[in-house]
Design a protein around this ligand. Structure first.
Ligand SMILES: [Zn+2]
Length: 75
């Protein structure tokens, strides 16, 4: 698809690192599958993946995690 940030690049399948912060919890996910713009590097994560990330943050908050770096494992 065409990148909506720079409006020039095309996106290609790749991976990205996503940092999610909520309350006192920071989670960093590496190797998250995404469509990545070949021009500006903007990453687009699909709805299934973002739902999984948000669920993981909820679980981490419930466990009292403050900072954690994880490899993303698709459900
Ligand atoms: Zn772009």
């Amino acid at each position: 698809m065409k990148c909506i940030i720079c409006k020039h690049g095309e996106t290609a399948r790749g991976t990205t690192t996503i940092t999610l912060e909520r309350d006192h919890t920071t989670l960093v996910f590496k190797n998250v599958p995404a469509q990545v713009c070949t021009n500006c590097g903007e990453a687009y994560v699909d709805a299934t993946t973002s739902a999984q990330l948000l669920a993981a943050v909820d679980a981490a908050i419930a466990l009292g995690v403050h900072v954690e770096v994880r490899e993303f494992v698709p459900a």
